[in-house]
Design a binder for this molecule. Structure first.
Ligand SMILES: O=C(O)CCC(=O)C(=O)O
Ligand SMILES: [Fe+2]
Length: 342
């Protein structure tokens, strides 16, 4: 969590909880219904949070230019894009962040235009798998950045470690912060070309990324990703391969007598540098998990996407996965603090 969010949680937790509760209780019209709570949260942050105080002081003229523009164009806030850009630039600079000037590598990414071309035909709707989605150089830089994260960013679990980027998912909403550019720059242009998240009404690109690290022998229990997320997940794999297992959700089985077991339905071989996209029924009616093993014997499982695999047995190394998702209900603290739409 960055310092601003930490301070908001520390000094304004009462206002934050009230705002978050209101959002959860008013799923249809929380923008209007909860504006009172948002104002209270803003007020608290303006009085207590260092970065907000600094940004308010440094960017007061661009803040009022933007507010004036919004006031004049209430029905058409898109007219204020230029003012919003100025405001973004000022707030990022005031926060001491350098703005990236590297344009997305469009030429490289344009080859990824049609997600349907990568559909795994024998999987239930819908799974898409793209090998060499990122280059070896991009993979190296991403791994360097993951391992350069400060130690407290890691959360250690029994069978893996993880980092949360984009905010802290709570029960039904997330306190959000922008994803760092090292995560978005190599990935987002490609997700955009492929229209991976285009059906989501709230936003077209992910706002949350979970980084999981599995050393050889580690895995993740069968689970579903849950209703907090929009039902699409895009996973980029780094380092080692793995085998991802899918289990039909027990409540959807015809055989209701065996309530305790979720039968293994099929598996996917996931190579480093690949992208896996899961959607629809596969997201909602199946559990997914990774067995805790040091090596995978491919012939032991019904691996439905394994083509061009020379070795039947593959040793597992350390794998880092980046799972990109959309949390639709977010409290974007920084946008909210300047009265922007979240
Ligand atoms: O590491 C993976 O590919 C799976 C991670 C996962 O299922 C999760 O983060 O929910
Ligand atoms: Fe998952």
């Amino acid at each position: 969590m960055d310092q601003t969010l930490e301070e908001v949680v520390k000094y304004c937790s009462k206002q934050l909880d009230a705002y978050q509760r209101c959002i959860e209780n008013n799923p249809q019209n929380w923008g209007v219904a909860c504006s009172k709570y948002k104002t209270e949260l803003n007020k608290c942050a303006e009085e207590n949070v260092t970065e907000v105080k600094r940004v308010k002081a440094k960017c007061s003229s661009v803040i009022s230019a933007f507010d004036n523009c919004l006031q004049k164009n209430q029905k058409d806030p898109d007219k204020c894009i230029e003012e919003l850009k100025q405001l973004y630039q000022c707030t990022e600079e005031a926060a001491g962040r350098k703005l990236s000037s590297r344009p997305p590598a469009i030429a490289d990414n344009k080859k990824f235009v049609d997600l349907s071309a990568y559909r795994i035909q024998s999987a239930p709707p819908s799974a898409y798998y793209i090998e060499e989605f990122i280059s070896a150089d991009e993979e190296r830089v991403l791994l360097d950045k993951v391992y350069a994260a400060p130690k407290p960013k890691w959360v250690s679990l029994k069978n893996r470690r993880l980092q949360n980027w984009g905010g802290i998912p709570r029960d039904k909403s997330m306190l959000s912060e922008p994803l760092p550019s090292w995560l978005t720059e190599p990935i987002f242009p490609k997700l955009t070309f492929l229209k991976v998240f285009d059906k989501c009404a709230a936003r077209k690109l992910p706002n949350h990324c979970l980084v999981n690290e599995y050393v050889s022998g580690q895995g993740i229990m069968p689970h579903e990703d849950g209703p907090l997320y929009y039902p699409t997940v895009a996973t980029v794999s780094l380092g080692s391969h793995t085998v991802l297992d899918f289990y039909k959700h027990r409540f959807q089985n015809a055989d209701q007598s065996n309530m305790d077991s979720n039968p293994l339905a099929f598996s996917l071989l996931i190579k480093p540098r690949s992208l896996l996209v899961l959607q629809d029924d596969l997201y909602k009616s199946y559990l997914h998990g990774i067995e805790e093993r040091n090596k995978d014997v491919l012939s032991e499982k019904n691996i439905i996407n394994a083509v061009d695999v020379e070795d039947i047995e593959i040793e597992r190394g350390t794998r880092v996965s980046l799972t990109f998702r959309i949390v639709e209900k977010v409290i974007n603290i920084k946008a909210s603090l300047f009265n922007r739409k979240t």
